[in-house]
Design a protein around this ligand. Structure first.
Ligand SMILES: Nc1ncnc2c1ncn2[C@@H]1O[C@H](COP(=O)(O)OP(=O)(O)O)[C@@H](O)[C@H]1O
Ligand SMILES: [Mg+2]
Length: 241
């Protein structure tokens, strides 16, 4: 479990400013959603936490560790940040079976073989994929594939789990079930989660706190009930109705 702190985070791609001045503290064990329309900068913020993207201003901390500070030229490589990521698409490697997909992060960090087997088996039970260890991704349903991705994100016991629209490719019914499952697993593990979505139902049903974004700015943040009862402006009203 870990906290994540964004301080004066900026991001531009060339001349294009995508994130303006992003300030946010995410607490230990908290489930926070970044909610906003396509292009508002949600994925960019997530990728800066994972180290897949550089910030061009400001500082990001995971717990007390500075993982990126633009002014001081600090940048911790993704593999040393101990974060897990789950993406919307290309979630699993097609040439690896379920077990191999999930074991991959442990192999990369050179975990002993006996330990890999135990940990993968345990997480397979958690995400309810028992019996499917040898299946290839093309022999799995979309929901099962996303469970593999979730297990792979969790297996290395990351400090923070980052999820980027992980349910967008699933049909409505499965999406609803997976919302509950992800939230349950998050609470069982007590893991800090940042969840990116443009789907207000997802954000409102899953989150401890929602951060509403527009054009690279935070427009409002608060508990789902606070945002519902007290939207700060017409944009929020419109977006959550
Ligand atoms: N590698 C990149 N190069 C240039 N522009 C980018 C790049 N990645 C993202 N952007 C731009 O940054 C903005 C925010 O993108 P993104 O973070 O993906 O938004 P969201 O996830 O909220 O849909 C968009 O205008 C997008 O076109
Ligand atoms: Mg995105």
């Amino acid at each position: 479990m870990s906290s994540v702190t964004f301080t004066n985070i900026k991001k531009s791609f060339g001349d294009v400013h995508v994130i303006n001045d992003f300030n946010l503290q995410i607490n230990n064990g908290e489930f926070v959603s970044f909610l906003g329309p396509s292009g508002c900068g949600k994925t960019t913020c997530l990728r800066m936490v994972s180290g897949l993207e550089y910030n061009t201003g400001g500082e990001i901390k995971i717990d007390q560790d500075i993982v990126s500070n633009f002014d001081n030229k600090i940048f911790v490589a993704p593999e040393h940040r101990h974060v897990g990521m789950v993406f919307q698409s290309y979630a699993v490697w097609p040439h690896m079976n379920v077990f191999e997909n999930i074991a991959y992060p442990l192999k990369v960090t050179k975990t002993p073989k006996s330990e890999i087997s135990d940990r993968v088996q345990k997480i397979i039970e958690t995400v309810e994929l028992t019996g499917l260890e040898k299946r290839m991704p093309n022999e799995l349903s979309g929901g099962q594939q996303q469970r593999v991705a979730l297990a792979r994100g969790l297996v290395a016991q990351p400090r923070v789990l980052l999820l980027d629209e992980p349910l967008s490719n699933l049909d409505a019914k499965l999406r609803e079930k997976m919302r509950g499952d992800i939230r349950q697993i998050q609470q069982d593990f007590g893991i800090t989660c940042i969840y990116v979505t443009h789907d207000q139902i997802e954000a409102f049903t899953m989150s401890d706190r929602i951060v509403i974004m527009k054009d690279g700015d935070i427009i409002q943040e608060g508990k789902p009930s606070e945002i519902r009862s007290n939207p700060v402006n017409d944009f929020v009203v419109d977006f959550i109705k």
